[in-house]
Design a protein around this ligand. Structure first.
Ligand code: NAP
Length: 310
């Protein structure tokens, strides 16, 4: 265990991810003090009742003052505005990061407002659930999961040190850390997370619009496969709206490829090409086994709840 790494952590936006970070940082003794800044009165009241922070404020500029680690955990399209509010009040030398599910446009939005004397290091923990808000967080959320950091081009050795320190923080929270460039992150997440969510939103929408099958029947017989899509399609609408707006190019790229493959499948079904179907289903089964072998399956037996990864 690394012990205390930062004197004061500020989390801006204390929902599922923000509150999980403060819980993990506290449990593992990674920071001296914790400040939460959140514009929502309801969230601030719950953070105070749950005893998650040493100080809670609705004012971002006040909240980031004096912190050597600031993490923005707000919806993707709110990152730039949150950084703009913080910018004039960040301590020189502070590490400033985020947890947004898209990295290219978010990195640009952060940099558009960042002062020169802080270290901006975008990040994304690939861990989550379909629940939102400060009550939904838990300290073990990041255990064994991956956090991807997408450092910006910067030759300064002090920047590399800051990346190493932020990596140590995430490892202290239980995560494994990988570094990659933002464009690659956005392509990988488009296929592993964003497209699966789009498919889930679409199939649940189609089922609810289908003539000849009642909504009651869809729910009653959901164990046939549909219910797994309903869990994903229950994810926060604001968060997912923002992700598709912010990762448009990569999502459209993988969606084009997916549509072609789906059409090929449809053709195989139409022409009774049973071998083709069997070959694909055999290949995909092996991928599922690989996911389980890597300990990244969505059901988390230790905590008795499902975990989606965004
Ligand atoms: P969440 O539970 O809804 O929490 C977001 C928090 O940010 C809420 O307290 C919200 O307050 C607050 N907020 C909203 N707009 C804000 C603004 N303009 N300025 C400051 N605070 C604002 O969401 P979450 O699931 O933790 O997601 C937060 C971030 O983590 C997103 O960028 C998401 O892409 C990323 N992420 C999510 C997951 C996941 O599985 N959920 C996984 C990895 C990364 P209100 O309640 O008043 O809106």
């Amino acid at each position: 265990m690394p012990g205390q790494l930062f004197n004061q952590l500020t989390i801006v936006g204390c929902g599922l991810i923000g509150s999980s970070i403060v819980r993990a940082a506290r449990v593992h003794g990674l920071v001296g003090r914790i400040v939460v800044a959140d514009p929502s009165e309801f969230v601030r009241a719950r953070v105070a009742e749950l005893g998650l922070a040493d100080r809670v404020t609705g004012d971002i500029s006040d909240g980031v003052t004096g912190s050597d680690l600031v993490i923005f955990a707000v919806p993707v399209l709110a990152m730039g505005e949150a950084m703009a509010a913080a910018a004039g009040h960040l301590a020189p030398g502070a590490i400033v990061s985020d947890v947004g599910s898209v990295k290219g446009t978010v990195g640009d939005a952060l940099m558009a407002h960042a002062p020169d004397n802080v270290f901006v290091i975008p990040g994304h923990p690939i861990a989550g659930t379909e629940h939102s808000g400060p009550d939904a967080g838990f300290a073990e959320l990041f255990d064994g999961r991956w956090t991807i950091l997408t450092p910006l081009p910067n030759d300064n050795p002090a920047y590399a040190e800051a990346v190493a320190k932020l990596s140590a923080f995430w490892r202290g929270c239980g995560a494994q850390v990988e570094v990659m460039d933002a464009a690659h992150h956005d392509l990988v997440l488009a296929i592993t997370s964003h497209l699966p969510h789009l498919i889930a939103y679409n199939i649940v929408g189609t089922a609810s619009d289908l003539e000849g099958v009642t909504e009651g029947e869809v729910m009653k017989y959901s164990a046939g496969g549909f219910r797994d899509f309903t869990r994903i399609a229950a994810s926060d609408p604001t968060m997912w709206r923002d992700i598709f707006v912010a990762n448009k190019d990569a999502v459209l790229e993988v969606l084009g490829r997916f549509t072609e493959d789906l059409q090929a499948l449809s053709r195989a079904i139409r022409w009774g090409e049973a071998d083709k179907l069997h070959e694909l289903f055999t290949r995909t089964r092996a991928i599922r086994r690989g996911v389980i072998a890597l300990g990244q399956e969505s059901a988390e037996p230790n905590f008795g709840r499902d975990r989606g990864k965004h």
